[in-house]
Design a protein around this ligand. Structure first.
Ligand code: SAM
Length: 227
């Protein structure tokens, strides 16, 4: 069974968007992963297809109603669905490459995209939604966040990346940021490719890359080294 993603959203027309391009799009066309969307509004019951209401306790904005969202989740994900149930949310645990790897090794994910002020807390609890944040900033909706998560996950699915591309040495794979990359020409605006990289000595190249990765991580992301 290939990795299966199902998005619950008020804007299904945004998908696949960037997920339909390049290697991810080819993987989708070849059935290496699957993508479905569900329009949340289809589960509203009133004439105006209302999905939100004012926040209890007052305040600005609107909150997605729990009963409607629960019906949508139940329609796409029965209780024995083995896929992760995610809610894109700035309050969630920050997405990491480790969680991305776990998701890529699993059967898939049902991903709820919030809008407005967010989602009624009771449906988060009742349907066991795992809140996932893509960073410490606030987007207008969960759709782009879901695309970010899926792009990170799907490129790890075996067969999606071509032989020419690999994720073995990438940032975060070994708890370090990636070393600097170079390609021809040998000289660019007076700057040379570091001589070690053209020396043909694989041991030296590996050592240099490791030192560079550690120095970059120490300078930019000491929190990664501390972990
Ligand atoms: N009132 C919410 C808060 O302060 O936490 C923000 C709601 S935001 C305007 C609307 C929706 O965008 C959220 O429900 C979530 O689905 C999505 N979203 C916004 N920022 C996000 C982030 N950093 N990571 C993941 N999803 C995000």
């Amino acid at each position: 069974m290939s990795f299966s993603a199902h998005i619950v959203t008020l804007f299904p027309e945004l998908f696949p968007g960037p997920l339909g391009a390049s290697v991810l799009g080819r993987g989708l066309a070849e059935g290496l992963w699957r993508l479905e969307t569900t329009q949340l509004r289809d589960f509203a019951t009133d004439r105006h297809r209302t999905v939100d209401d004012t926040p209890s306790g007052g305040g600005a904005g609107l909150v997605l109603k729990p009963d409607i969202l629960a019906r949508a989740i139940d329609a796409v994900s029965p209780p024995d669905d083995p896929r992760s149930r995610l809610l894109m949310s700035p309050r969630g645990l920050p997405l990491t490459q480790a969680r991305v790897r776990e998701l890529a090794a699993g059967p898939g994910a049902v991903i709820v995209c919030g809008r407005f002020e967010g989602v009624d807390q009771r449906v988060i609890e009742a349907r066991g939604l795992e809140e996932v944040s893509i960073g410490d900033y606030v987007l207008a909706g969960g759709e782009v966040a879901a695309m970010v998560l899926l792009e990170a996950v799907v490129r790890l699915i075996p067969g999606v990346l071509g032989a020419a591309e690999s994720h073995a040495d990438e940032s975060f794979e070994h708890g370090l940021l990636e070393y600097p990359q170079y390609t021809r020409p040998q000289q660019f605006e007076g700057r040379e490719i570091p001589a070690v990289l053209t020396s043909g000595d694989h041991g030296k190249v590996a050592r240099w890359r490791r030192e560079q990765a550690e120095a970059l991580t120490r300078a930019r992301r000491p929190d990664l080294l501390a972990r």
